[in-house]
Design a protein around this ligand. Structure first.
Ligand code: SAM
Length: 210
């Protein structure tokens, strides 16, 4: 699946200053909501959450009031995105921001309770490597909440066949299952957010004991 460098990160760098004002944000906000609900739905609230491909930090901003006392970490390789997020959270000591890729996380082993990622996974060049990193940094019983386009159903297959510019692209169900299993997740499920729209929230969980 490896392709030559596609310039995604450069595009996001250029886009970063206007990203929050683009019409698509209305739609992205509706994708963030079920992820926030899922992160905050457990019996025990997570104490440390990492958002991969955090962009300008809007998902982290939605999570903050629901997770009092938790540390939130945003990771994105586009320096411009992280610069906007740093301005957003300038007065918020609970948010840490890192310029990095999902494939190389600047985080210690088993140090995170939940990992989120919204509309970013298909941009990653090495999803296998990144999911292994997610498993490395998650504590036992930790969860991944991944929202993205999947190449499932008529429109998903159509988008997958038309997709030309992204990293690893829109995965279909067997590919995603293989990636999660090979990375070390023991359980997962997926939920389509709207009928006919190939956007899903995938929740994957590590075994409680390693
Ligand atoms: C469409 S934006 C989504 C931003 C944000 N998650 C949201 O919901 O608004 C995709 C983001 O993924 C980031 N990205 C691209 N490649 C990445 C990688 N390998 N690891 C982590 N993030 C990546 C981009 O820089 C960009 O900020």
């Amino acid at each position: 699946m490896k392709r030559p460098r596609h310039g995604d990160i450069e595009r996001f760098d250029e886009w970063s200053t206007t990203y929050d004002r683009t019409p698509g944000q209305f739609f992205f906000g509706r994708i963030h909501r079920p992820v926030v609900d899922a992160v905050c739905s457990g019996r025990v609230l997570p104490r440390r959450v990492v958002d991969l491909g955090c962009g300008t930090g809007r998902l982290l901003e939605s999570l903050l009031p629901h997770l009092p006392g938790a540390e939130l970490v945003g990771v994105d390789p586009a320096e411009g995105m992280i610069a906007v997020a740093r301005t957003r959270f300038a007065a918020e000591p609970r948010v840490r921001l890192e310029v990095a890729t999902a494939e190389h996380l600047p985080l210690a082993d088993a140090s995170v309770d939940a990992v989120t990622t919204t509309m970013s996974f298909h941009h990653w060049d090495h999803q296998e490597m990144a999911l292994r990193e997610v498993v490395r940094v998650l504590a036992p019983g930790g969860r991944l909440l991944l929202a993205d386009v999947l190449g499932i159903g008529f429109f998903g297959r159509m988008m997958r066949s038309l997709e030309r510019h992204h990293g690893s692209g829109y995965r279909n169900a067997p590919e995603l299952t293989g990636l999660l299993r090979d990375a070390g997740f023991s359980r997962w499920r997926r939920r389509q957010l709207w009928p006919g729209v190939p956007i899903y929230v995938v929740e994957a969980r590590l075994a409680a004991k390693p």
